[in-house]
Design a protein around this ligand. Structure first.
Ligand code: NZQ
Ligand code: ZN
Length: 381
């Protein structure tokens, strides 16, 4: 087992009506907030009204920046930063899914500096401070509510990159499973896929961490047991709660303890699909994971088979991959490029060029250009 330091400063408020504590938590950071959200789902389902009421109850003045895209872009971050600097915001409040929360993290980090957000992503500068960030999560998937990661796209440089910095842990995250009731079936399934993928990225990292492995398989079992019934009962509180908590635990650092790190090669491949074709994050992963496992099957044979034994009670690596594909089919996420109409020569060429240009690969399981060509073939087959 590797040495580790585990520290997670995010205060997690989980359960029914937790948003009613937002105002009193926020007011300790000041009286001026930048409130950000996406394309409007929070106005339709009433979460916006709840949040605004909280701010009014506690005399917190706020400005808004909305329209954050799924697969968020750095341009929105910089535009919001400009507004927040002029307003002299004391804090950022992000209400939405991973795209809004990640944008909020990048804003909170950039506002106190004199730089643009991408200066940090490109490693031109190191962040020194951050405004406090409070999040109201409306979609269970990414784990961003309790981790120090924010992923952004930059179409000028042709990159989708994650930045990891302890300054980006949210100060508070409010997770009411009921706030995810209106997430449609498709995005609910992508969220389930994402939490499974985060668990697998940890599992296929490096380091002998048997307890962390058991946490990984327990989290994936939650997805297998409660994901499919949730898709048929989108407004079931208990099923929403189970999946929401599983998604938080899948990427809040816990599964990494005792390892050198996770791998993150599948995410790197998936990010290229989102960057070029706006593929939803979870959908990119259910295409990339089966291919990645097939590609590494001989080298990681025992490890894959061990996973299959725990999750599906099967004995071989082949059967494990088959069962994982069957699970993705069951929750109706795509498993081949053809399922999202990308299985044609020009799209695949574009994808391969971008993957090679950005050197998409894992931290431990490195890939050459030839490997990526083979992986794309496996995603198409
Ligand atoms: O824009 P709005 O109107 O809010 O609609 C969103 C969006 O269309 C909608 N939605 C969210 N909550 C809803 C809702 N619709 C109805 N009711 C609700 N309660 O869902 C759509 C998708 O939202 P998005 O935030 O894009 O989804 P997700 O949470 O999956 O976030 C994806 C982003 O997170 C990054 C991904 O790469 C992607 O950019 N990730 C962030 C990670 C992190 N920070 O740790 C790790 C992940 O691996 C991932 O890379
Ligand atoms: Zn992910």
């Amino acid at each position: 087992m590797e040495n580790f330091t585990y520290y997670n400063p995010t205060k997690l408020h989980f359960g029914r009506d937790v948003v009613s504590d937002l105002g009193q938590s926020a007011v300790q950071y000041g009286r001026k907030a930048l409130l950000i959200y996406g394309k409007g789902s929070i106005k339709e389902n009433g979460i916006y009204d709840q949040v605004v009421q909280q701010l009014k109850n506690h005399d917190i003045d706020f400005i808004e920046y909305s329209g954050i895209k799924s697969n968020p872009v750095v341009d929105d971050v910089d535009a919001a930063v400009e507004k927040a600097r002029a307003f002299k915001a004391d804090m950022v409040i992000a209400v939405g899914g991973g795209s809004v929360v990640d944008s909020g993290k990048a804003m909170a980090l950039t506002i106190p500096s004199e730089l643009n957000a991408w200066d940090f992503y490109s490693k031109k500068a190191k962040p020194k401070q951050s405004l406090p960030l409070l999040t109201v999560l409306t979609l269970a998937a990414t784990g961003t509510e309790m981790n120090p990661v924010a992923v952004l796209q930059n179409h000028e440089t042709g990159q989708k990159l994650g930045l990891v910095n302890p300054l980006m842990y949210p100060a508070h995250s409010f997770l009411d499973p009921e706030n995810t009731f209106t997430v449609n079936r498709k995005y609910t399934a992508y969220g389930i896929a994402d939490l499974v993928a985060h668990s697998l990225e940890a599992y296929f990292g490096v380091g002998d961490a048997s307890l962390s492995d058991k946490i990984v398989t327990s989290i994936i079992r939650e997805a297998i047991d409660y994901g499919p019934p949730l898709l048929d009962n989108l407004k079931n509180y208990d099923l929403r709660a189970k999946i929401m908590y599983a998604a938080t635990l899948a990427l809040n650092g816990l599964t990494n303890n005792g390892r050198v790190s996770g791998d993150w090669g599948v995410h790197a491949l998936g990010h290229e699909m989102s960057l070029l074709f706006d593929v939803p994050h979870g959908a990119s992963l259910t295409i990339a994971y089966p291919a990645w496992l097939k590609f590494h099957k001989d080298r990681l044979n025992d490890r894959i088979a061990e996973l299959g034994k725990e999750l599906f009670d099967v004995d071989t690596a082949d059967a494990t991959i088959q069962e994982l594909e069957r699970f993705f089919n069951k929750i109706e996420t795509p498993i081949r490029l053809s399922d999202i109409d990308l299985n044609n020569k020009s799209n695949k060429d574009e994808l391969l060029n971008s993957m090679n240009k950005n050197q998409a690969q894992g931290i431990h399981h490195k890939l050459t250009d030839e490997d990526r060509a083979e992986l794309l073939r496996l995603m198409a087959d």
